[in-house]
Design a protein around this ligand. Structure first.
Ligand SMILES: [Zn+2]
Length: 74
């Protein structure tokens, strides 16, 4: 899981599944709202193999799938 809500402070923290960079979204605990805000800032949300993944950039997404999924899909 690359995203978690803090209900006391009304924030969602997303973490890049490739480089570990974190991004905090304030004023919401809703993942859909958080994703919309992340995308505005250039983040990428991907549903893959039953897991929701977050990446801070297209480069991180490409690097992640190159490392872990290069043998399963073309
Ligand atoms: Zn990253």
């Amino acid at each position: 899981m690359s995203k978690y809500s803090d209900y006391d402070f009304e924030t969602v923290t997303a973490q890049c599944d490739n480089c570990g960079r974190e991004y905090e979204i304030y004023g919401t605990t809703d993942y859909k709202e958080a994703n919309a805000e992340l995308r505005i800032d250039g983040w990428i949300n991907t549903w893959r193999d039953g897991t929701f993944l977050d990446f801070c950039s297209k480069e991180c997404r490409d690097a992640y799938f190159k490392e872990r999924h290069s043998d399963t899909r073309s």
